[in-house]
Design a protein around this ligand. Structure first.
Ligand SMILES: [Zn+2]
Length: 67
């Protein structure tokens, strides 16, 4: 996933945004579906620690997990 727009922290207005990755036992796995989990990536303000947002690295794993 590419982020083209500039990220600004909604709490402190900082623009020094870092990326954190949640993986290992904390991967997000498709609901009621066999498959590999996807790592969760967090966008974090490096000034105040606010998490601007999160996304999974492989969104296609989650297709058709809600009926
Ligand atoms: Zn901030």
């Amino acid at each position: 996933m590419e982020l083209n727009k500039e990220l600004v922290c909604s709490q402190c207005g900082g623009t020094a945004i870092g990326k954190g990755k949640q993986s290992g036992y904390s991967t997000v796995t498709p609901y009621k579906k066999l498959g590999f989990g996807s790592s969760l990536v967090h966008l974090i303000c490096t000034d105040c620690g606010w998490v601007l947002g999160s996304y999974v690295e492989d969104p296609h794993s989650f297709i058709k997990t809600i009926k």
